[in-house]
Write a protein that binds this ligand. Sequence first.
Ligand SMILES: [Zn+2]
Length: 155
Amino acid sequence: MNCPVCGAEHFSVPGGGKAAPAGERLCPYQGVPYTGLRAGHDQIYFGRWRRIDASTIDLRRAYHQLERLLNGIAVALETEDIPAARSDLGKAVEALHTAGPGEDGPEALRYLDHALSYAHRVIGDLLHEKGLPPHSPADFAGWYDAGEVPFREDW
Ligand SMILES: [Zn+2]
């Protein structure tokens, strides 16, 4: 189930799959600038493809989610004049294409990770233009199944 507010797949309450009580906030991104981009980023950031036991399907899914995220970022950038962000977006697209759809193995993983890092930088640039601090996925970790993810920090 995708969240009706941000479009990402996250829990409806922090830390669990239970439904939120009436009147509770259902989406942690509600009301923040670039809701969809932040949520799209975090859905990938906390995605299954980064787990040790990730399957080819998880990777293919991450590829398509990244593709959607980069398209969304490109649309957001159309109305902004931030050359550094455009350059980073270009690098993200290049990394994504290098990774390729349906590929797995450490090389593909590394390029997908690069693409996500560049995407994060561009989102940070967009927020900076509005005088806002960078996006921090850790702030939203409780809404994802992130506790058991053994991140491969040594890439
Ligand atoms: Zn949401």
